[in-house]
Unconditional design. Structure first.
Lengths: 254, 411
C-alpha cells in the first residue's frame, strides 16, 4: 500500500519574480517527522510557505500532492481546511484580535471555553488568552501560542518554522513536548497519522523531538537527504560550508 | 432681573454670530431648513410611542419597552419634549425649559461650557425655538443604571435645536446613554445640539452617544465639558450609520487638580458620508490626565479625525491615538492629531496610523482555516474593539452590541 501522504515533485517556486526553489522533491508518509536544515537564505521557509499556499510564493513548475489530491493551485485557506497547519517563525500582531479568538477560530466549533482553557493551561498561556494576539509576546510565548493554535486546529501535516529561534532553555523543553503532542509521538508508530516538517537552523529541537529524515537545503535545492542526527553531527562539526562544498562537488559541472 | 439681563446678553452675542461659519466642516445653509414650534403630545408611558419610532430609537440604544435597566428617560421629538421620567433617587431628568423655570441658578450654567457665539449653529439654537434635557445627579448619589435620552427628528427638512445641561454634583456618579435618530430613512434634516457638562469635585460622568441618522441629515453638535478636582469624564461616541455631513469637536477642560478625561470614538463612513470629528482636551490643572482614542473606518465616505491636547499645568499627561482603516478604494481618512504644551514637566504623546487591512494579517488568519471574508471580518471586529476602562459592564456590553451590529453593514 502506498501510504505517501505528502509528495512534492519538481517544485519550482518564485518570490516577486525571483526563482528561489528549483526542482525540489520530497516525500512523506503518515506519522513521519522530517527536518529541514540549511543556512540562512537557502529556501527553507520558502518551501514551507509554498506548501501552505501563500500567494506571494508562486509555483512555476512541479506539484504538491497532499493525501492523494493535487493542491498546487488550491488557495491557502482551503489547504488549511484540508489539514495543513503552520507555526510561523514571526507571526504578525493583529490588533484587537485576542489570543482566545484565534484558538476559537482554530477549533472551528469543535470545542468550547473549557477546551480553550485546557489548551492554554497545557501551553502555559492562561494569562495570554485575553491579550491581543502576538502583541508584546516574547520569543517563547510566540512559539507556544503558535503551537496552542495548532493543537486546536489538529492539522494532519504541521509545518514548523524554526521552533527554537529566540527561545530560552526552559521554554525549549516545553515547546519540544508540545510538538511531540501535536505529532502524536505518544502513539505507537504505526498508529500515528500526523506528520511534521520542521525547519531547524541549529538542530536544537532534535534533542526533544525525534525525526525520521533530514534534508539539507542549499541555494534552493535539497542537497542531501539522510538520518537527521547524522546530518546534524556533520553540520555541528564542519558547518554548513562543508555541506555546500559537498553539494558543489556533486552538482553537474561542479 | 439678573436672569433677563444675562439672557439679553446671550441674545445679543448670538445675533452678532448668525453669519459666523464654523471653524471646520461644510457650511450648512440654515435657510434650507424649516423651524418648528409645534407641540407634541406628552407621553406618560413611552412604551406607547409608535412602534416604528420605538424601533428607530432601539437602534440608537434607547429601550422603551423594558426600562428596568435605566435610571431615567428623556425623549424629545423635533423641538418638543414628549417624555421625561426618573426611576432612581438622587437623579433629576427633565426638559431644560422646565429646569430653567424650576431653578434660578441654572442661568449660571447657561452657555458657560460652550460659547453662544461659537458659530452660526450655536447662535441659531439660542435665537430659535429650542429645548433639550437637564440631567443632574445630586451630591453623593451614584447611579447604577444609565439615564437614557433620545433626540428624535420627525419632521422633514426640520432644523432641530437642542440645548442640554448635565450636572454631576460633588462625589456623584452619572451614566448617560443618548441616542439620536430620525423617523425617516431618506428625508433631509438638520440637528443642532449644544451639550454643556459640569462635573464637580470628585464626580464622574460616563456619556455614551450613539448616532443613527440617515444619508440626508446634517449634524452639528457643540459640546463643552468642565471638570473640577478629581472629576472624571468618560465619553464614548459611536457613529456607524450613514449621515450626509457631521462635524463636531467636543472640548473638555480640566480645571481642577487630577481631573481625568477619556474620549473614545468609533466612526464609520459609508459612501456619501462626510465626517469631521475630533476630541479636544485642555489640561489646565495640575495632575490632570486625558486619553483620546479614535477608530475610523471608511467604506467610501470621507473622514477627518481630529484630536487636540493642550497641557498648561504641571504634571499633566495626555495621549492621543488615531487609527484609520480604508476598506474600499474610494474613501479618505485624514488624521490630524495635535499637541500643544506651554510649560516644562508635561507629558503629551500621540500615535496615528491610516491604512488598509494588512494582507499579512489576513493570510495569517486564513492559514488557520478562515476564509478571506471571515479573516477580514475578524480583523475589522478587532479594530473596532476598544476596551473602555471605567464603563459599567452593562453599558460596555450594549456598546459592544451596537458596534457588532455595524459589522454586518460593513461586510
Amino acid at each position: 500500500m502506498d501510504d505517501v501522504a505528502l509528495s512534492i515533485e519538481q517544485l519550482t517556486v518564485e518570490v516577486e519574480g525571483r526563482e528561489i526553489l528549483h526542482n525540489v522533491n520530497l516525500k512523506m508518509s503518515f506519522g513521519e517527522t522530517h527536518v529541514l536544515f540549511g543556512p540562512n537564505g537557502s529556501g527553507k521557509t520558502t518551501l514551507l510557505m509554498a506548501i501552505m499556499g501563500f500567494p506571494k510564493y508562486r509555483v512555476t513548475k512541479g506539484k504538491i500532492i497532499f493525501k492523494g489530491q493535487d493542491i498546487t493551485k488550491l488557495p491557502l485557506d482551503e489547504r488549511a481546511r484540508l489539514g495543513i497547519g503552520m507555526s510561523f517563525q514571526r507571526p504578525p500582531v493583529v490588533r484587537g484580535v485576542k489570543t482566545r479568538d484565534m484558538v476559537a477560530a482554530c477549533l472551528k466549533g469543535q470545542g468550547d471555553e473549557d477546551s480553550i482553557s485546557q489548551l492554554a493551561e497545557k501551553t502555559n498561556l492562561a494569562d495570554f488568552l485575553d491579550r491581543e494576539i502576538n502583541y508584546g509576546f516574547s520569543g517563547g510565548e510566540l512559539k507556544r501560542s503558535e503551537l496552542m493554535q495548532l493543537l486546536a486546529q489538529k492539522p494532519a501535516l504541521t509545518l514548523i518554522d524554526e521552533p527554537e529561534s529566540g527561545v530560552d532553555l526552559v521554554n525549549i523543553a516545553l515547546i519540544g513536548e508540545l510538538i511531540n503532542s501535536l505529532l502524536e509521538k505518544d502513539c505507537p508508530i504505526l498508529e500515528r497519522k500526523c506528520m511534521g516538517l520542521i525547519i531547524t537552523h541549529t538542530g536544537h529541537i532534535l534533542d526533544y523531538v525525534n525525526a525520521r529524515t533530514g534534508y539539507v537545503m542549499c541555494d534552493g535545492v535539497i542537497g542531501c537527504e539522510g538520518d537527521p542526527h547524522e546530518i546534524l553531527a556533520t553540520i555541528r562539526e564542519k558547518g554548513y560550508e562543508e555541506c555546500i562544498k559537498c553539494f558543489m562537488r556533486r552538482a553537474p559541472g561542479g | 432681573m439678573v436672569k433677563t439681563a444675562s439672557s439679553e446678553k446671550h441674545k445679543g452675542k448670538a445675533k452678532a454670530a448668525t453669519a459666523k461659519p464654523a471653524a471646520y466642516g461644510e457650511d450648512i445653509d440654515l435657510g434650507a431648513y424649516v423651524s418648528s414650534s409645534e407641540e407634541q403630545p406628552y407621553q406618560a408611558d413611552p412604551s406607547k410611542l409608535p412602534a416604528r419610532a420605538k424601533k428607530r430609537m432601539l437602534e440608537a440604544g434607547i429601550i422603551l419597552d423594558d426600562p428596568g435597566q435605566r435610571a431615567g428617560t428623556f425623549i424629545q421629538m423635533d423641538n418638543a419634549p414628549v417624555h421625561s421620567s426618573v426611576r432612581q433617587e438622587g437623579v433629576e431628568v427633565m426638559a431644560v425649559s422646565q429646569a430653567l423655570e424650576k431653578y434660578d441658578w441654572l442661568s449660571d450654567y447657561w452657555w458657560q461650557a460652550v460659547a453662544v457665539d461659537t458659530d452660526k449653529y450655536t447662535a441659531n439654537i439660542e435665537l430659535n425655538k429650542h429645548n433639550g434635557y437637564f440631567i443632574r445627579a445630586l451630591p453623593g448619589y451614584k447611579t447604577i443604571y444609565p439615564v437614557q435620552t433620545c433626540l428624535y427628528l420627525a419632521k422633514a427638512r426640520l432644523a432641530q435645536n437642542v440645548h442640554n445641561i448635565i450636572i454631576a454634583e460633588e462625589n456623584s456618579e452619572l451614566h448617560i446613554i443618548t441616542g439620536c435618530t430620525t423617523a425617516s430613512n431618506e428625508e433631509a434634516g438638520l440637528h443642532l445640539g449644544v451639550s454643556e457638562f459640569y462635573i464637580k469635585k470628585g464626580a464622574k460622568i460616563t456619556f455614551t452617544m450613539i448616532h443613527s441618522w440617515n444619508p440626508e441629515v446634517a449634524v452639528r453638535p457643540r459640546t463643552g465639558v468642565i471638570i473640577e478636582e478629581d472629576g472624571l469624564f468618560l465619553s464614548n461616541y459611536v457613529l456607524t450609520k450613514p449621515v450626509r455631513s457631521l462635524q463636531m469637536y467636543p472640548t473638555a477642560k480640566c480645571v481642577g487638580k487630577n481631573a481625568i478625561v477619556r474620549f473614545n470614538s468609533i466612526l464609520v463612513a459609508a459612501q456619501g458620508s462626510s465626517l469631521d470629528v475630533g476630541s479636544r482636551t485642555i489640561l489646565d490643572a495640575e495632575g490632570a490626565k486625558t486619553e483620546i482614542i479614535s477608530r475610523a473606518i471608511t467604506t467610501g465616505g470621507s473622514i477627518v479625525a481630529r484630536g487636540y491636547i493642550e497641557g498648561n499645568a504641571p504634571d499633566v499627561k495626555g495621549h492621543l491615538e488615531c487609527r484609520g482603516l480604508i476598506l474600499t478604494g474610494e474613501g479618505t481618512i485624514h488624521a490630524i492629531p495635535e499637541l500643544k504644551g506651554t510649560l516644562a514637566g508635561i507629558d503629551l504623546s500621540h500615535e496615528a496610523a491610516v491604512g488598509k487591512i494588512a494582507e499579512e494579517e489576513v493570510e495569517y488568519l486564513m492559514a488557520r482555516g478562515l476564509t478571506r471574508n471571515e479573516a477580514t471580518a475578524t480583523i475589522v471586529r478587532g479594530f473596532l474593539r476598544v476596551d473602555i476602562e471605567g464603563l459599567p459592564p452593562l453599558l460596555s456590553a450594549e456598546l459592544q452590541r451596537a458596534i457588532e451590529a455595524s459589522e454586518e453593514d460593513l461586510m
